[in-house]
Design a protein around this ligand. Sequence first.
Ligand code: ADP
Length: 492
Amino acid sequence: MRVSIKLKFSLFLALLLILALSVLSFFVLRGVDRNQQAQTERYLAQHVKTVNLRVKQTYYTGTRLEPQEFMKQRGRQLAVELAGFTGLEVTLYDAQGRLTGSSAQGKLSRPGDDGRSEVQDSLAYALQNKIAYQSRGDTLLYLAPLQGPEKQMGVVQLQYSLKDSLSFQQTLKNLFLTTGLAVLLLSFIIGYLYFNRAAVAISRLKLAAEEIRKAHYIAAPPVKRADELGELAEGIYYMSREIESSIAAKDEEQRKLKLAVQKLQALEQQQKQYIGNISHEFKTPLTSIKAYVDLLNMYDDDPKLLQDAKVNIAKETQRLYEMVEKVLQLTALEKYDFESQAELLEVGGELREVCGRMSGKAERFGLTLTLDTQVSHIWMDRESFMHILINLLDNAIKYNVTQGNVHIRSEARDGRVWITIRDSGIGIPAEARDKIFEPFYTVNRDRSRQSGGTGLGLSLVRTLVEKQNGIIELLDIEGGGSAFRLSFPAES
Ligand code: ADP
């Protein structure tokens, strides 16, 4: 059976109190009893003295009788007289223990009566010149020797009522009992309440421990007290915080690990796809070349076939060459840190040079190339910058329409240089916007192939831009065409 700690403590306290009160009341009552007894003895001894004095006086003043005779003759009267003096009932016995007189009515009428039988033993004792007591209910019989001229001539018996002292003792006992019970009850209640507070604190600590076990960490000490329980509560709180932070750190590590594994898996998947794409992209021009070679083997005297084969084989070979070059560039960029030779570039000048290089191609496509630049500088590898711009301009020309235009604009703003290449071409459909930077992705494979595209240009551009701490984004524009925006940290 489970008994709560507060009940245990309270019962223990109550037992201690009962013990303390019992011991205390025992000693106090005993002390009071003894004190009363001593007082009574002193009181009675005093009366005995008076009695002896009076008896002696009477003996010597009257006719001189034998003590025995004196007691017999005068005993009755003396007893009444002495009772008047002392205010107590007095009984007198002669030296033989015979009753000679008593102040009590009944006994007065029967002198020499054998009423002494009740006090026989005490009387025999008192006749040996000693003091004897005998209690009868609430009455104390005090028997003391009566001194004669030579020796003991009798015994005087004083009857003393113990009613008052017994009732005083009873009152005292009652007082002890009621006060004791009240104190006990009060102490039990106070103790119970006090221990209840401690027990509440303990059960709060227990609850906190259970919460921590369920991984519900506590935000403050469960108990605030300036004692050991308070210290324990603080200890539990700090322990909870420690566990929480170490578990959080572990969770964070686990999350990072999971993320790394996911990234690795995605990378592996990408790599597989990349290899698959390369194989496929390489196979297409090779198949075309092989087909022409087979045809030439069969019809080597067909001048038209020969002409077609020359043109197409040259085109496919060029495509293969470009592809190999871009794949190699991409691989080199991803595997090793790009060996860039950063230098201060004046953006306007570089843009003008790229436009000059690309103007021939633009003319061939019947396009207008316009440039709008502000003076601005960037710190970066010139070759990479050229690669980026040529690829973007090449796309702007390739995916344009006849009589279209390409507009290049640069400006310095917010500590960065912004370059926008906007064309009036076929545009990029919304669903392809997220994918165009992926290697080998083409919106329209035939169109891309026709224009010698490989699907690797933008992927290479993005890698180069990021290596130079830049950002490339495809702008969302209205009115057809596409616009790519580059930004690099500006050099003041
Ligand atoms: P590609 O060698 O095929 O041009 P890119 O990686 O440079 O490969 O471009 C990926 C695809 O994005 C292209 O095949 C094309 O469909 C689309 N694209 C890129 N630039 C433009 C542009 N300026 N206008 C329209 N489509 C574009």
